[in-house]
Design a protein around this ligand. Structure first.
Ligand code: ANZ
Ligand code: ZN
Length: 821
């Protein structure tokens, strides 16, 4: 790719960048200590997958985070802004397989490459704190956490139907299934029953719903809330005792117990264990065929409102204990096995899915909550609104919400139901039948059962010489040396668990590791972890709303309950940057429309690229990458380069007080604006203010009336305020105008609020040369604004009525004269 270079950078950017990157490294400018000057501030950005080259989308994310970290540092905080690599997982593994390289080699080579690319950006990372998740020193602690969770009952193994991607040949978490397709490869997801390891995130559902302690974007909070999906209702039993099974009731969950008198059938999920027992011989073939077929559909499809509601009759009936009515039991795949009790009481008059189902199978539709103007005619669709109870025995005539409380009480008193809270969120399935991940540290012994690997034997090393091509079985299962081991308990022969962990385990606590990345005795140094955490400001992709961001919250709460940390949330504040669009689509590797920043860095320099990316649009929105847009950024930096090389000796020692006052005011205004903007990630508007301010400084120099001290301070502050965005060039200019290393260690300038206001003047308004009004107006007011103010003056109005305006004379800062016919 060729860089469009309509505008050349007029400073030797390659030389400057190299010079300062080397110097920062040599002087350890960005080395962070736990007890550095100032209050600690933890600024974290999501670490990348080492999937190959960095593209401009990464740079967009990382530049914005780096600017904020630098800004906070100059505001006096002791800032930790670390970087690392999310190195395990399917992404890296699939890429390695496609190239026929070992995932370890592939990953480590990429890390080397990406680290070098990141360096060219000039960020303030302290590389001593780098965290790479695929090394034993890191994943050892994944295993250790897993075992602590296991001992507390937070990790468990269960045979469960799981999402299976036939192309990636592995299990997927619910979150990784998008509209029934695999998130990674878009293959149709199927289902399988397998023994799998789960983490009990559902134990924390209620606490995860509490978002009062975090300052996150509303849309992320909403997505998490919906994902957890709390629903309050009633669990109520229907009588099936006539069939003499182990259970004599069928439990259902409903959020509309007020409709209990309107139940005309009951539907079970095809997977429900009682289905075979409740199916009569006569109906057996049909039910079996139906169950087999529905197992192929995904949960999402099954819940879709578009889909036809199908089902079959089991041949059995159950009794509504409240009414004594006998209703048929059906099997239907719009009922999910994994939600509630896996059984739904069918109320076709008041639930649309039930309505469609009943219409299709000619089941009765009984209205029990009356719409306000209902004439008793059959409904055209379910009535889901509020109304008055009818056909509801003792509850007739009550408002349905009132009836609800009475019905619950009656059911609870009679002992066949109770209030119940359900969550949509399932436990986190962490087993992966793939190679490139953390081995799950469990041993199976015929005598002792499931035995955790003792702490002193951690880490369980991922063997490098495994056959890692995916087959559907865990690759580790084929590695005999790995599988066969000794039982830690009875010393007899035993086998190892061969599944590896979901990569999201790694990213659930990496931010804790950064605070003591080389600590040997634990996952983190308990002394320092509380000094930095929770993360003060996290920035990253909105795509992680429900997986990473929810898992990390769960992990922190679980680790807190192990007594290891004293905070409750991982990330205090969260900010999501937008996306870079290129050729009409989001820039991403899978779309093949990525731009490699390297060429641009070589051509115009990292500072220009950083500036351009931050100027492309509001950071939380992003914008369209466009080669010629980069020229605007280059032009500005050229101007600053020339400005700083101006000869200031020509300026007077004692300048004109008006010029001094004007420039000082501009400076305070700029400080105020830029400080506020950087604080709130409004980088594009900060840059335009800095551009305007550049013009003011240069104009004052040209006029030559300003005193040398005022001008020099104005220039210093320009460079200081630019430095988080433009780290190399400002460092160079800082030195060249005679200041001492380093600009990045300067204090952020403060503004005087009295000075940071636009000066007001008294604008004289004349009509045909005669004074008619005086108006307070900003000194910089342009003609258009002055006209508007003059025309809206009541005093002036009368003199203009019925007259034609011939001419307007405006003298900026003094008067406006309206000449009429
Ligand atoms: C009877 C009823 C009558 C219902 C009515 C709704 C309206 P949320 O809010 O999402 O919790 N349901 C229960 N378990 C289900 C399952 N495993 N699969 C599919 N649907 C299930 O939804 C709860 C409602 O969804 C429950 O209330 C139940 O239908 C259905 F006028 O019960 B309802
Ligand atoms: Zn044993």
């Amino acid at each position: 790719m060729v860089v469009l270079k309509a505008v050349e950078t007029r400073f030797p950017h390659q030389e400057i960048e190299k010079k300062w990157q080397d110097r920062w490294e040599k002087e350890k400018t960005y080395s962070v200590t736990d007890d550095g000057d100032g209050e600690n501030w933890y600024e974290l950005t999501m670490y990348p997958y080492p999937s190959g080259d960095l593209h401009v989308g990464h740079w967009f994310a990382m530049t914005g985070a780096d600017i904020h970290a630098r800004f906070k540092n100059m505001q006096g905080y002791n800032v930790l802004h670390p970087m690392g690599f999310d190195a395990f997982g399917l992404n890296a593994e699939n890429a390695a397989i496609a190239r026929n390289i070992h995932p370890h080699t592939w990953t480590m080579n990429n890390i080397e490459r990406m680290r070098n690319q990141l360096r060219t950006l000039g960020p303030m990372y302290d590389w001593k704190r780098e965290v790479i998740t695929c090394v034993p020193e890191y994943y050892k602690w994944n295993q250790w956490f897993f075992l602590q969770f296991y001992k507390k009952g937070l990790a468990y193994r269960d045979n469960a139907p799981v999402n299976w991607c036939p192309s990636c040949v592995t299990v997927l978490a619910n979150e990784q299934v998008i509209n029934g397709l695999c998130e990674r490869c878009d293959s149709e997801v199927t289902h399988r029953d397998m023994n799998q390891w789960f983490l009990k995130i559902t134990d924390y559902a209620e606490e995860l719903l509490d978002q009062s302690k975090i300052d996150w974007p509303e849309r992320i909070n909403t997505m998490q809330k919906n994902w957890i999906g709390k629903s309050e209702g009633v669990e109520i039993e229907f009588d099936i005792s006539e069939y003499n099974l182990e259970q004599d009731t069928l439990k259902t969950f409903t959020t509309r117990i007020d409709t209990i008198y309107g139940v005309t059938f009951v539907v079970m999920a095809p997977e429900h264990p009682l289905v075979p027992f409740l199916t009569t011989n006569e109906n057996n073939n049909e039910v079996e065929a139906y169950v087999t077929k529905s197992r192929q559909a995904s949960e999402i499809e099954r819940l879709s409102t578009e889909r036809e509601k199908t089902g079959v009759f089991t041949g059995s009936f159950c009794i509504n204990k409240l009414t004594g009515e006998k209703v048929p039991i059906l099997v239907g795949d719009y009922v999910l096995h994994s939600y509630g009790t896996g059984v739904v009481m069918g109320v076709p008059a008041h639930d649309q899915r039930d309505f469609e189902f009943a219409s299709r199978y000619k089941l009765p539709i009984k209205v029990v909550v009356s719409p306000s103007e209902w004439d008793g005619q059959p409904l055209a669709e379910a009535f889901v609104g509020r109304g008055v109870q009818i056909n509801s025995g003792p509850f007739d005539g009550l408002d349905n919400s009132e009836a609800m409380a009475g019905i619950i009480k009656m059911i609870e008193d009679r002992g066949f139901g109770k209030r119940q809270i359900n969550y949509r969120m399932r436990d986190w399935l962490i087993s992966r039948q793939r190679y490139w991940g953390t081995p799950i540290p469990i041993i199976y012994c015929d005598l002792c059962g499931t035995v955790p690997v003792p702490d002193e034997e951690l880490p369980v090393i991922l063997p490098e010489d495994a056959e890692f091509l995916p087959t559907g079985e865990s690759p580790l299962a084929l590695h005999e040396d790995f599988v066969n081991t000794e039982c830690p308990n009875c010393k007899g022969s035993a086998t190892r668990e061969t599944d590896t962990m979901d990569t999201f385990v790694d990213s659930s606590w990496y931010f804790l590791r950064y605070t003591s990345p080389n600590f040997k005795d634990a996952a983190f140094d308990p002394e320092t972890v509380n000094n930095w955490n929770p993360v003060d400001q996290y920035t990253g992709w909105v795509e992680h709303a429900v997986m990473h961001l929810l898992y990390a919250r769960f992990f922190v709460k679980a680790i807190r309950d192990l007594g290891l940390i004293s905070f409750h949330e991982p990330f205090q504040r969260l900010f999501n940057q937008g996306t870079i669009i290129y050729k009409g689509a989001k820039m991403s590797k899978s779309r093949g429309n990525v731009i490699a920043p390297d060429e641009y860095v070589k051509g115009v320099g990292a500072d220009v690229v950083r500036t351009y990316l931050m100027f492309i649009g509001p950071w939380d929105q992003g914008g369209e990458w466009n080669d010629s847009g980069i020229n605007g950024a280059a032009r500005w930096l050229n101007r600053v380069w020339e400005l700083a090389s101006q000869d200031k000796d020509g300026l007077p020692q004692k300048g004109s007080s008006i010029s001094d006052k004007n420039l000082e005011r501009e400076m305070h205004l700029a400080i105020k604006k830029v400080t506020g903007d950087l604080d709130r990630f409004k980088y594009n508007t900060a840059i335009s203010s800095l551009m305007e301010y550049t013009t003011q400084i240069s104009e004052q120099h040209r006029q030559g009336q300003v005193s040398v001290n005022v001008w020099t301070t104005a220039l210093d502050n320009l460079l200081i305020m630019m430095s988080p965005i433009v780290p190399h060039l400002t460092e160079e200019l800082w030195e060249s105008i005679g200041n001492s290393f380093s600009i990045h260690k300067q204090e952020w300038p403060r503004y005087d609020s009295d000075l940071a206001t636009h000066e007001e003047i008294t604008l004289v308004v004349q009509v045909n040369g005669k004074l008619r009004d005086r108006i307070q107006a900003p000194a910089e007011l342009e003609e258009e604004g002055a006209k508007q103010m003059a025309f809206s003056s009541e005093k002036v109005e009368g003199y203009l009525q019925g007259k034609e305006i011939k001419k307007i004379i405006y003298i900026k800062g003094r008067l406006i004269n309206i000449v009429t016919s």
